[in-house]
Design a protein around this ligand. Structure first.
Ligand code: SAM
Length: 336
């Protein structure tokens, strides 16, 4: 096994694989219905990587140092037979962790099968507990009760569960304390995600961001919280624990405290494009190489060279002007 590093000395440790670009929600900050409506051209089936192709790539990436794979999308549970893919990934020697990010809508019925296939953990996205607020955000008819039920089912099935809440000004700030209270009681880690300038369609600007500092200030009025040291190099969430209980929260601070220096993550979009940053403008077509009959060795050297040349540090350098100017890939396609 080789351990490769990029131009800034960062190793390759994590791989996010988007398995589908479709989603059953239309969250206003991610896949607004005006853009992702009936006429939107999603990827046709033959352009998605097959499970065999994903497996081939996963083996190569693990050979280059990847320890953890996260499946995402779009909504990964919409990909037919996803548990078959998880079984294939579970069998890869050297891969230590397989996780999945989901909106939770279909998780309740699938949790046990996913766990049996080898999945270890799920991150469930939930931005509000209030029925009206949640339905307004996801622009569908699914209320929070269904997602909360899925979370319980996932726990019962033995999956590790964390909950991710994107916080955006004017959208769900009033939900911060109810969400914190609910998941503290359940003992489930809740992570607050700063609204990020991914893609071109979500109308991002700094004024809509609620930072970690602002959220903490609010939480400190209700709870006694203390910071926790990172549990490993490159841990993305800034974690805090409740002083009086065995529960914790975390922050994903891509905007207010960027973490490019410790970013060890590559991403493969649903059509096989490789990206070395969430905010990338351009990717590298791995599907074409996979389908060209290229050998595993040649594929491995090509991917290694891509990582060796990586210099991305978009969030470190972000300004209002650079965010407005740069063309970026949609989150639903590159995989959140
Ligand atoms: N459908 C799955 C889900 O809902 O978790 C996986 C894909 S979704 C793109 C992954 C995560 O990205 C979700 O938690 C979503 O809220 C988050 N997300 C999407 N757009 C975002 C943005 N502009 N800023 C911060 N988080 C965002």
């Amino acid at each position: 096994m080789s351990y490769i590093t990029d131009k800034l000395g960062r190793p390759l440790r994590d791989l996010r694989i988007s398995v589908i670009d479709r989603c059953n929600f239309r969250c206003t900050y991610c896949m607004p219905r005006e853009i992702f409506g009936r006429d939107f051209a999603f990827l046709p089936k033959d352009q998605l990587l097959s499970f065999e192709e994903i497996e081939r790539l996963a083996v190569i990436f693990v050979g280059l140092g990847v320890k953890k794979i996260r499946l995402t999308g779009g909504e990964p549970l919409l990909r037919r037979d996803i548990s078959t893919l998880i079984e294939k990934l579970t069998a890869i020697d050297g891969l230590e962790d397989i996780a999945l990010t989901t909106n939770g809508m279909m998780l309740g019925n699938m949790a046990k099968k996913l766990k049996d296939a080898g999945l270890k953990r799920v991150n469930v996205s939930l931005d509000a507990l209030d029925d009206t607020v949640f339905k307004t955000i996801n622009d569908s008819n699914t209320g929070p009760a269904r997602i909360l039920n899925s979370i319980d089912k996932a726990k019962e099935a033995g999956l590790g569960v964390k909950v991710n809440m994107v916080v955006k000004k004017g959208m769900n700030v009033q939900e911060i304390i109810p969400m914190a209270a609910y998941f503290k009681e359940k003992g489930i880690p809740l992570r607050f995600i700063e609204f990020m300038d991914v893609g071109q369609t979500n109308g991002w600007n700094y004024q809509k961001v609620i930072t970690k500092g602002e959220i903490l200030q609010l939480l400190n009025q209700h709870y006694r919280l203390e910071p926790i040291d990172p549990s490993y190099r490159g841990e993305v969430a800034r974690r805090h624990r409740y002083a009086d209980e065995n529960a914790e929260i975390g922050f994903i601070t891509s905007v207010s405290e960027s973490f490019c220096a410790s970013c060890t993550r590559a991403r493969i979009a649903a059509d096989g494009m490789l990206y070395t940053c969430l905010f990338a403008s351009e990717g590298f077509d791995l599907r074409q190489l996979l389908r060209s009959g290229m050998s595993e060795e040649a594929l491995k050297s090509t991917i290694e060279a891509k990582w060796n040349n990586r210099t991305d540090r978009y969030s470190d350098e972000r300004t209002e002007a650079s965010a407005a100017k740069k063309k970026k890939i949609e989150m639903s396609y590159i995989g959140g």
